[in-house]
Structures are given as structure tokens and as C-alpha cells.
Design a protein around this ligand. Structure first.
Ligand SMILES: [Zn+2]
Length: 185
């Protein structure tokens, strides 16, 4: 069914949004099959799963060490790996002589602007009363089947949480940018 493909795409887009990456241009859509509660449950579990992934996992995805320190949490939110990995990475960059403040500033600025875009897109999505699901029916004629779904309370809440989380993330990057510019990091 086209649905699972669409769900997968949404999953990826929301994942990108939350990790601060530039998502595919089409913003994610949600479903609430009036006819199908199964569809709805499916989407809700997707969202829940993604939200869980945003929170710090137990193990660093890079080195597989257990992440338990407060600093790990901070590094996870900023760089998606543990504190130890960050120390190693920065050390390596210093050794290679590539640890230029300029580079770092550029990276952080890109992240901040990507986050801003994501926040705006999510807010737009939250504002729309209904969300639509477009399914191509005939590739030759371009005929599509469009279904509109109400957003569920849970989807809206997840969306709002995501905005909050992204805004906090953005603030941390802004703080980091200041630190880098002031030469504290
Ligand atoms: Zn690590």
C-alpha cells in the first residue's frame, strides 16, 4: 500500500526536522483515518518512536559507551554523540590543525538557520487545521487522490513538543556560537 511508503517518508522528514537537518522539501503530513483507526495508531506510534529517538539514548551511537553523565546529555543534544566522543573529536581536529574557529562558527550558523527553518515549518504545520495525504493514482495523467485528515490531539501535542525541543536546541547553538566567537571554546 502507498501508505507505508508515505509513513516512512514522514518518519524520515520528522527525524530530519528533529535532528536539525534540512528535510525533504515536502513537509510531513499526518493521518487520522476516519475509517481506519489502525492507520492512526500506526502514525501515532511512528511519532512516539521518533520523539523517543530525540531524547538521549542509553548508548552513544558512535562508540557504544553508556551515556549517563550530564555532559553526555549536553553533547548528545548538540552533536548526537557522547562527551568522550566530543573530546576525542576536538582533540583530533586540533592535532590536524583543522580546529579553526571560523569552521566551527560556520557549522553552528548553518545548524541554527536549519533549525529556524524547521521550527517555522513545524509551526505552519501546526496551524493547518487538517493535514492532507496525497496519493498518486495515475502517473501519466498526474491524477492524484487527496485525503484530508483531522490532526489528533496527540499528534498536535507531539508537534508542539517538537517545536519546544527544537527551540531549546536552537538556543543552545546560539549560546555555543557566542562562546566560540568570544573564544571560550
Ligand atoms: Zn561516544
Amino acid at each position: 500500500m502507498a501508505y507505508s511508503k508515505e509513513a516512512e517518508r514522514q518518519n524520515k522528514v520528522l527525524g530530519d526536522l528533529l535532528s536539525g537537518k534540512e528535510p525533504e522539501k515536502r513537509i510531513f503530513v499526518g493521518y487520522q483515518g476516519e475509517k481506519s483507526t489502525e492507520k492512526q495508531k500506526d502514525v501515532e506510534s511512528h511519532l512516539t518512536k521518533i520523539m523517543k529517538e530525540v531524547r538521549m539514548p542509553w548508548f552513544c551511537p558512535k562508540c557504544e559507551r553508556v551515556m549517563k553523565k550530564r555532559l553526555d546529555n549536553k553533547m548528545w543534544r548538540l552533536f548526537q554523540h557522547c562527551f568522550e566522543c566530543q573530546v576525542e573529536e576536538e582533540h583530533e581536529m586540533r592535532v590536524n590543525g583543522t580546529f579553526e574557529a571560523y569552521e566551527k562558527t560556520k557549522v553552528i550558523q548553518n545548524k541554527i538557520s536549519a533549525l529556524s527553518n524547521n521550527i517555522d515549518e513545524l509551526k505552519e504545520w501546526l496551524k493547518e487545521e487538517k493535514t492532507e495525504y496525497v496519493e498518486p493514482v495515475n502517473v501519466d495523467t498526474g491524477f492524484v487522490h487527496v485525503e484530508k485528515f483531522e490532526k489528533t490531539e496527540e499528534m498536535l501535542q507531539e508537534g508542539k513538543d517538537a517545536v519546544k525541543m527544537l527551540e531549546n536546541k536552537k538556543k543552545e547553538f546560539e549560546k555555543l556560537l557566542e562562546d566560540v566567537k568570544n573564544g571560550n571554546k
